[in-house]
Design a protein around this ligand. Sequence first.
Ligand code: AP5
Ligand code: MG
Length: 208
Amino acid sequence: MLVVLLGAPGAGKGTQADILTERNGLTHVSSGDLLRMHRQQKTELGQLAQSYMDRGDLVPDDVVIRMVLDKLSEETDGPGVVLDGFPRTAPQAKALDEALGGSGIDVVLHVKVPEDELVRRLSNRYICRGCSRPYTAESMGKACESCGGELYQREDDMPEAVRNRLQVYANQTYPLIDYYEGKGKLVEVNGLQDVDAVTADVMEALAH
Ligand code: AP5
Ligand code: MG
C-alpha cells in the first residue's frame, strides 16, 4: 500500500504518519526528515539542502526526487509506505508516477487546516532530534517518549521562514490537489479536529 499525505506545513502530516506506522505497520518516509538526517550527518546533500530549508524554500527537484525514490526502492517488504512531504511539485509527482509504473498510489490524503491554525501550531512545535516525532511546547525540556531523544525547535519554524513556507506551499504544492483529484486518488480530511478525530478519518479513508 502507498499512502501520500498532502498538506500545508503544520497540517499534521508527521503526526498522522507516525500513528499509521504504529497502527498499520506502514513505513514512514518523510522527505523533510530524510533531509534533516542528511544535515545532521553533514553529507554533501545535507549541506546543499541547508540554506533552502532554513529559508523555507524547496530543495531542488532533482536532488529530492533521487533521495526519495532511492528510499522507496529499499522499502519493498512489509505492508507499505506512508509518504509525508513528497511529492510537493508537479515534476516530483510525475517522477513518482513514472517510478511506480502500474502499481501506483492507493490514496492521497489532503489534510486541510486553516492558515491561522498552521501558524499557531508551528510556533508551538518541538521535534525529537533522534526520531523526528513532533511535540507541542508543553513537552519542552522533556525527553522523546519514543526514543529518549532531545526535543528542539526547527530553524524553519521561525516566523519569517513559516510565512515563506506557506507561500511556497500555495504556489508549488497546492496545485497537486487538482492533479490527484483528476486521477481519482484524492480524499479530503479535516485536519482542524483533534489528533484522534483526524486519525479516525484517515483510517476510514484507508478502509475504502
Ligand atoms: P517538512 O519537514 O516536510 O515540513 P512541512 O511540510 O513544512 O511540514 P511540517 O513538518 O512542518 O508539518 P507537519 O504537517 O508534518 O505537521 P506536524 O505533524 O509536525 O519539510 C521541511 C523542508 O524540507 C521544506 O521546507 C523544504 O525545504 C524541504 N523539503 C521537504 N520535502 C521536500 C520536497 N518534497 N521537495 C523539496 N523540498 C523539500 O504537526 C505540527 C504541530 O501541530 C506539532 O506540534 C503537532 O504536535 C501539532 N498537531 C498535529 N496534529 C494536530 C491536531 N490535529 N490538533 C492540534 N495540534 C496538532
Ligand atoms: Mg512533518
